[in-house]
Design a protein around this ligand. Structure first.
Ligand code: NAD
Length: 283
């Protein structure tokens, strides 16, 4: 079984970006906004900021209290939109209940939408136009291409239909000429639908959802899920995906969790930051 490791592919993206950055007459600036202290959000934001700096980008994290009203957050986004020195804006989700994530996405300047989630970029993606693409789906496609997994004409089944992962991944897989099925919590007979897949991508958030009986022997399986199932004696989170470990015995290739899709998400965020800067500044 081929292990579809993310870090070497992320490194290839960073090498491309370093070459581009060396020719750019300015340093792109990423601004990440976080509300509250959700431990997973704190960890993700730290990772994104650290990796941005490691690549040589300028990065700043703006932290607001969990109780911040939506209007105050929208006013902050308006300031970042208007600031010519800001190339990329990312608001980390999930957000506290008083803030509507869709309202936030609609407020972000699509030219600075490095998460690729605003209505304009989502629409452009579905129309097959150049867009800032949602980072995790773009990372999945980049990972599969790196390992030379063919997609054209093949059955791709995606489990999970979120705006963040499942839906934009369906658009990207269509662009790769795959035959796409988007399954979800109301899908009848999920095991049978999953067994159709040449490439099965799972983005649900339920450990062990995908068992070996749901996977056609020889299929490629991409596990997007990240689930915290406890802590190690050293206090580190123990992370597992949505795919049961025994699936390794039937799949021809599988992404590990951690160390599969996660590093690709961060790499594609920084890819989008450089792309957004070059577009907006014209150099
Ligand atoms: P979400 O909660 O927004 O969406 C989950 C989807 O799963 C929904 O569309 C729902 O219909 C579907 N679903 C729920 N129960 C199901 C079931 N029993 N059978 C089939 N489908 C079911 O979640 P999300 O934001 O898309 O994230 C999904 C998972 O991916 C989470 O574990 C999240 O942590 C992880 N994630 C990982 C990365 C990464 O970089 N690796 C990035 C984003 C999200």
């Amino acid at each position: 079984m081929l292990r579809l490791a993310g870090p070497p592919v992320a490194e290839a993206v960073y090498a491309e970006l370093r070459a581009l950055l060396a020719q750019m007459p300015y340093v792109p600036h990423l601004r990440v906004v976080r509300l509250g202290d959700d431990p997973a959000s704190v960890a993700y934001v730290r990772l994104k900021d650290r990796q941005a700096r490691r690549l040589g980008l300028s990065s700043q994290v703006d932290v607001f209290p969990a109780g911040t009203p939506q209007e105050a957050l929208l006013a902050h986004i308006a300031r970042l939109n208007a600031d010519p020195g800001v190339d990329g804006i990312l608001v980390q989700s999930p957000l506290p209940p008083q803030v509507d994530f869709n309202a936030v996405l609609q407020a972000i300047d699509p030219q600075k939408d490095v998460d690729g989630l605003t209505p304009l970029n989502t629409g452009r993606l579905w129309m097959g136009l150049e867009a800032l693409e949602s980072c995790t789906p773009a990372g999945v496609v980049r990972l599969l291409k790196h390992y030379r997994i063919p997609l054209a004409g093949r059955e791709v089944v995606i489990v999970g239909r979120s705006n963040l992962v499942g839906k934009p991944l369906a658009a990207l897989m269509l662009r790769e000429n795959a035959t796409v099925t988007l399954a979800h919590s109301r899908t009848h007979n999920l095991p049978e639908v999953c067994r159709r897949a040449d490439v099965l991508v799972v983005a649900v958030g339920r450990p062990g959802l995908i068992t070996p009986e749901m996977v056609r022997p020889g299929a490629v399986v991409v596990d997007v899920g990240i689930n915290r199932v406890g802590q190690s004696p050293e206090g580190r989170d123990i992370l597992v995906g949505d795919v049961a470990p025994e699936v390794a015995q039937v799949a021809s290739a599988l992404t590990p969790v951690p160390g599969g899709v996660g590093p690709m998400t961060v790499a594609m965020l920084l890819y989008n930051t450089v792309k957004a800067a070059r577009w907006r500044r014209g150099v």
